[in-house]
Design a binder for this molecule. Structure first.
Ligand SMILES: Cc1cc2nc3c(=O)[nH]c(=O)nc-3n(C[C@H](O)[C@H](O)[C@H](O)COP(=O)(O)O)c2cc1C
Length: 397
């Protein structure tokens, strides 16, 4: 992920500073060249020795008593391809946003043209402070990737927003951001559906299917890597991806309503959700009770066909990609579906396979297009398959 990249990690005086050790280890594992800078306060939380050992390099802590050169901040600023400020205190956010460079790390940041990522971590009251909110917005305007703090258990002993996301999440978001710079979908809107819909029977029960939403999320990530504005309409909340706006829905009807309105100004639509074909005729107000009779009959009606409706509402320039989960005659059924749904591309996958498809981290698919050129992608990770699908989608004309 970060092969041959020079990554400068800046650690500041937050209680979450200990997570920087995992971040540095992960970067080293991903083949990055890593150096670390620490504020004075950060060294109250973890030692520079720990980070020096993990990064394999002396840590920058002092502007006027630096390890290597008289102008260390200029040298390190030039060396870095990426600067990650993790965790970032309210204080450092304020300093960077306002152009203050009064120590080794802020002087280095100011002198550097590297890609810059910052992960705020603080108590919710600090995070909601008007000056902090203003400074975070300023950093976004200045081109920083700001990693959104998570809601969770804070050091103060209660649940609120302000927690530092796990290092894996920070690196994954950074990766998408870096890839998106040279993407072919800059300025394009891609709408993707994901997950299995839930069709309510009564207040506690619903009908659903085995879809995990993994393929939809992988497609969202692959489109975001190309710089697209992605709207992900999903029944499952798997992860936050930089550049992806999530809209949570439950039923097929809700997914249909949101899809139709989001598609209006979209360039691409990818129907990766497993939408229930049928739903109960009515959602019961009260829970169904056990009855003496051991059988229960549910009456079902058909749901709206999202892919078909999107295909029929397509305007000039809009492109539609469908998914077909098949268990037999995959290519033939796929071709028929491509035409009947007015889609431009159809991704057919064999869900009868145990080693790929539903819930699995892998997939194996056949891509069908109107020119009848079928392209089979051998079994690979869902993100690898998603990247191929997006590449092919970009070539649709
Ligand atoms: C125990 C403790 C925990 C702290 N945790 C945070 C924190 O999570 N986020 C934050 O913005 N400030 C936190 N602070 C306050 C900062 O350490 C303080 O504002 C400091 O001046 C930051 O310096 P720096 O930005 O140069 O690292 C904490 C302070 C203490 C004593």
């Amino acid at each position: 992920m970060f092969t041959n990249k020079n990554v400068l990690v800046i650690v500041t005086g937050s209680i979450a500073a200990y997570k920087a050790t995992t971040l540095v280890r992960l970067l080293v594992k991903n083949d990055a060249q890593v150096r670390v800078g620490m504020t004075k306060s950060a060294q109250e939380f973890i030692t520079s020795r720990t980070l020096a050992i993990l990064s394999g390099h002396e840590v920058l802590t002092d502007l006027f008593n630096a390890p290597e050169s008289a102008v260390v901040h200029m040298d390190w600023a030039k060396w870095a391809d990426i600067i990650l400020v993790v965790p970032a205190t309210a204080n450092i956010i304020g300093k960077i946003a306002n152009g203050i460079a009064d120590d080794a790390v802020t002087a280095t940041i100011m002198a550097s043209a590297a890609d810059k990522v910052i992960a705020p971590a603080m108590n919710d009251h600090m995070l909601n402070n008007l000056a902090v909110s203003r400074n975070i917005k300023q950093l976004q305007t200045d081109g920083w990737l700001v990693i959104e703090p998570e809601t969770g258990f804070l050091a103060e002993g209660y649940d609120a927003k302000g927690r530092l996301p796990e290092p894996e999440t920070i690196l994954s978001q950074t990766d998408v951001r870096l890839r998106s710079r040279s993407g072919k979908l800059q300025g394009k809107k891609v709408v993707i559906t994901a997950g299995g819909t839930r069709e309510a029977i009564d207040p506690v029960r619903y009908l659903t299917n085995r879809s995990s939403g993994k393929m939809g999320y992988a497609l969202a990530r692959a489109a975001a890597e190309h710089g697209a504005h992605v709207t992900l309409i999903t029944t499952i909340n798997r992860e936050t991806i930089f550049g992806v706006h999530q809209i949570m829905v439950k039923s097929a009807q809700e997914m249909y309503d949101v899809s139709m309105s989001e598609f209006e100004d979209a360039d691409y639509f990818i129907a990766a959700a497993a939408v229930a074909d049928f739903k109960p005729t009515a959602e019961l107000v009260h829970k169904i009770k056990k009855q003496a009779d051991s059988t229960l009959t549910l009456n079902l009606v058909q749901n709206p066909d999202i892919l078909k409706a999107i295909g029929q509402s397509k305007k000039a320039g809009q492109r539609v990609v469908g998914f077909a989960a098949e268990t037999q005659h995959i290519i033939q059924s796929g071709q028929e579906k491509l035409v009947s749904k007015s889609a431009d591309m159809l991704v057919a996958n064999d869900v009868s396979r145990q080693d790929a498809g539903f819930s699995s981290d892998n997939n194996a698919v056949t891509i069908l297009t109107r020119d009848e050129r079928a392209q089979t992608l051998a079994k690979a990770s869902k993100i690898a398959i998603a990247r191929e699908i997006i590449e092919r989608m970009i070539t649709l004309n």
